[in-house]
Design a protein around this ligand. Structure first.
Ligand SMILES: O=P(O)(O)O[C@@H]1[C@@H](OP(=O)(O)O)[C@H](OP(=O)(O)O)[C@H](O)[C@H](OP(=O)(O)O)[C@H]1OP(=O)(O)O
Ligand SMILES: Nc1ncnc2c1ncn2[C@@H]1O[C@H](COP(=O)(O)OP(=O)(O)O)[C@@H](O)[C@H]1O
Length: 300
């Protein structure tokens, strides 16, 4: 039985009879092929990427596993439609906090229609895409105090300036109530989620290393998904080690182009900028911890 994904944070959502992705209970994510050429384009990307021997194994793990396409009943009631069948990258978590960050200082690319170009550039200027090289597209946090999810309002998220984006990245890894906008995010989970030997920063740096040399694809309008389970951190691990893990995944390949031997400077630049924001948060935590350590503990 397919159902609407509980943890989707951006993109087209299958609610109120609209077309959007579905999930099963076996850990599969079904993304409908969009009516124009975008869906087929994304399927072609996955076929090319999955079989591309030039892509190193350690990079493949940042992409959802692709299982081909399948005809399934669409969420909008229009009957059977082809869907991409992907691994549901949040299926291993009980209460995942998830953020979608669209990377790049532009979402348009050469040869798009005038209409599409205008739509993209308007959104790019109104959001932090142009100014920062990325924009937060949506996020949800598991609020362990309330034992429920808190979801950022789409309109507010798309209205963030640089300070708003920074605050959202801090809030995402905080344990104090996300609903209370007067609380300063405490970044309680920052060192486990963003830092550490398997944390988000290390993963982003590994991706950056690849983007510094890869000229196979240009990842226009593609997103980084960040996923983690904050409850597992609070209970110091829990039983499921896999679930504790903070993960970076790339999603949305409807606008990927052939790299033609050229570096993807749009994605690489945005990724570097995003990394700087994550590093700044980690640095501010380190400074705070140093300040909070008493002189005695410091050995003075
Ligand atoms: O429909 P909208 O206005 O919500 O725009 C979608 C974007 O939502 P946003 O408002 O930027 O959060 C949406 O962005 P997110 O996935 O939410 O980051 C996509 O860009 C989507 O286009 P595509 O499926 O990648 O071709 C965009 O869909 P299209 O309008 O291009 O179909
Ligand atoms: N493989 C996946 N597993 C789990 N969730 C996913 C997966 N792919 C996408 N999502 C969720 O769906 C959202 C939208 O995906 P995306 O591919 O960007 O769709 P759209 O083309 O509608 O923008 C993402 O922000 C994420 O929350």
């Amino acid at each position: 039985m397919l159902k609407v994904p509980e943890h989707q944070v951006a993109g087209h959502i299958a609610s109120d009879g609209k077309l959007g992705p579905l999930v099963d209970d076996q850990g599969r994510f079904f993304k409908p092929l969009q009516g124009d050429s975008r869906g087929e384009h994304e399927a072609k990307f996955y076929e090319s990427f999955t079989s591309n021997k030039k892509v190193p194994d350690h990079i493949h793990r940042y992409f959802p596993v692709y299982h081909g396409t399948q005809l399934v009943e669409a969420s909008d009631g229009s009957g059977k439609l082809p869907h991409l069948v992907l691994d549901d990258v949040v299926s291993g978590y009980s209460n995942p906090s998830v953020m979608d960050v669209k990377i790049g200082s532009r979402t348009w690319y050469p040869d798009v229609s005038e209409e599409y170009f205008k739509k993209c550039i308007k959104k790019d200027k109104e959001t932090t895409t142009v100014s920062l090289g990325f924009r937060v597209s949506g996020f949800k946090i598991f609020d362990h105090q309330e034992s429920s999810f808190w979801r950022a309002e789409k309109k507010l998220v798309l209205g963030y300036n640089a300070a708003g984006a920074r605050l959202a990245l801090r809030k995402f890894v905080s344990s104090n109530s996300p609903a209370d906008s007067n609380l300063i995010p405490n970044c309680a989970f920052a060192s486990e989620v963003y830092g550490g030997s398997n944390g988000i920063l290390v993963q982003l740096l590994e991706l950056k290393d690849w983007f510094e040399t890869q000229t196979l694809y240009h990842f226009n309008s593609c997103s980084i998904l960040m996923i983690f389970e904050n409850e597992s951190i609070l209970t110091k691990g829990g039983d499921n080690v896999q679930a504790v893990q903070a993960q970076v995944k790339l999603v949305d390949f409807a606008h990927v182009l052939d790299g033609n031997g050229v570096i993807d400077h749009n994605f690489l630049g945005g990724l570097c900028s995003f990394i700087k924001f994550i590093k700044d948060i980690l640095q501010s935590i380190d400074q705070r911890d140093e300040t909070n350590t008493s002189p005695l503990e410091n050995g003075h």
